[in-house]
Write a protein that binds this ligand. Structure first.
Ligand code: NAD
Length: 439
């Protein structure tokens, strides 16, 4: 099938590329000229495992192309996906200007029946507004589909080919059949396609993200209480997760969630409630807990270093989670901002996100590896749980540091082992502080 993606960001690029790999002819269109020029040269703007190879293969085999000519891309295709950003507005609601701008462009360029698939995360009722905008600009027939995206950055390609579920909100049988034709290749009997009405589909996306965010803030509250009353949050989470009704996932205590989805989607759902005279009390608290969680690093740091002015602090992990270079709403950003404000010198390391971070913090030192980051450091903060950090040479780390202080914001190490190695070690929701055995 001939498909156009409007928006070639994390979602549009990975999803469009995967659709082309299924044999469809896909045009990825974007208003960002630099991005498209680079993509034409096979320079991939994001880090996503396996994506570069997939883009190359599908360009080489003639199924995938890139353009800034939105009008032509719309006219050429039978199916138009909208995959532009829906960032947070000042009042927490989703900013829909990019989505509505796409709707207008689609309306002005419809040259026959097409299916418009809304992949961007949008509040309930948005697909209806998109429909209205298109209708106001064309006499042509079209159908709207709500097909929210659930890919996880860092595992996006795997998620495309092995989705937990596919949600399709539809109005007409004709458009449902077309969607089925696209997705039957990735449908599995145990993980089906759920066909539903458009508003339910829109809500499923928000409710899913908000629920996962709730699990994270919940376990972080339990972790914070464990620090006061005792108990090990890792064991608590394990014990809870053994209950089938709860499950073990999204119960890792840490510095809170970040990224381009959970923070903004939780806020957008709170705002949607507010605009409809309903107070989303749970989700407002989920957000509040998360906002505070990243800053729990500071009282911990203070137990080692009462004043961080002119101290050297190493930070491992900049991206909001492992296996991505996405820094949007990453806890590391707020932490580094405050450390700089307090006069600390920062030595940062991230396996893939340093070049993006340079745009935000040009003044800090970026190391080539985790060892270089801790050279001369008075403390190390672990902000993201990259696997690369788990099996490092602890003896070497201790020798390189001026003071062996570690704040493990993601609970990747064992407190006993760290103490045996001579580190002063604090993590999240385990023990308030563990002094190094030789200190
Ligand atoms: P992004 O910011 O990475 O990409 C958006 C792209 O849209 C940009 O390249 C931008 O230049 C382009 N764009 C803006 N206006 C345009 C227009 N009028 N025409 C064509 N292109 C235009 O965003 P993203 O992370 O890919 O997210 C896209 C949507 O998918 C959002 O609603 C997001 O909530 C949702 N989503 C994202 C993820 C994720 O992990 N990133 C997962 C699921 C859902």
């Amino acid at each position: 099938m001939k498909i156009t993606m409007l928006g070639t960001g994390y979602v549009g690029l990975t999803f469009g590329t995967c659709l082309s790999d299924l044999g469809n002819e896909v045009i990825c269109a974007d208003i960002d000229e630099e991005k498209i020029t680079n993509l034409k040269k096979q320079i991939i703007p994001i880090y996503e495992p396996g994506l570069a190879e997939l883009v190359k293969r599908n360009i080489d085999e003639g199924r995938l192309s890139f353009t800034t000519d939105l009008q032509l891309a719309i006219k050429t295709s039978e199916i138009i996906y909208i995959a532009v950003g829906t960032p947070v507005s000042g009042d927490g609601s989703a900013n829909l200007q990019y989505v509505f701008s796409c709707a207008e462009t689609i309306g002005k360029n419809l040259n026959g029946y097409k299916v418009i698939v809304v992949k961007s995360t949008v509040p309930v009722g948005t697909c209806n507004k998109i429909k209205e905008i298109i209708q106001n600009n064309t006499e042509q027939a079209f159908d709207i589909i709500s097909n929210p995206e659930f890919l996880r950055e860092g595992a996006a390609i795997k998620d495309f080919f092995n989705p937990d579920r596919t949600i399709i909100g539809y109005e007409s049988e004709k458009s449902k059949k077309i969607m089925h034709k696209i997705y039957k290749a990735v449908e599995r009997t145990d993980k089906p396609i759920l066909y539903t009405d458009i508003k339910s589909a829109e809500m499923i996306k928000y409710a899913s993200n908000a629920f996962l965010a709730t699990k994270i803030s919940f376990i972080n509250e339990i972790a914070n209480l464990c620090e006061k009353v005792g108990g090990n949050v890792k064991t608590v989470a394990k014990g809870m997760g053994l209950d089938d009704r709860i499950g073990p996932r999204f119960l890792q205590a840490g510095l809170g969630y970040g990224g381009s989805c959970f923070p903004k989607d939780v806020l957008a759902l709170v705002a949607l409630g507010r605009h409809n005279n309903y107070n989303m009390e749970i989700l407002q608290s989920v957000h509040n807990v998360n906002q505070k969680q990243r800053f729990t690093v500071f009282p911990k740091l203070e137990t080692f270093l009462p004043n961080v002015k002119d101290k050297t602090i190493a930070v491992w992990g900049l991206s909001f989670k492992p296996k991505t270079d996405d820094l949007r709403e990453a806890p590391s950003i707020s932490i580094i901002q405050d450390l700089i404000h307090l006069g600390a010198k920062i030595r940062a390391f991230d396996p893939v996100a340093s070049s993006r971070a340079r745009n935000i913090f040009p003044e800090i030192f970026y190391s080539k590896n985790p060892y270089e980051a801790v050279e001369g450091a008075d403390a190390l903060i672990i902000a993201t749980e990259w696997n690369e950090f788990r099996e490092l040479d602890k003896k070497k780390i201790k020798e390189l540091m001026v003071q062996p202080n570690i704040i493990d914001g993601r609970n990747i190490y064992d407190p006993d082992e760290m103490s045996e190695h001579g580190f002063n070690y604090i993590s999240i929701g385990r023990e308030s502080i563990r002094k190094g055995e030789n200190n």
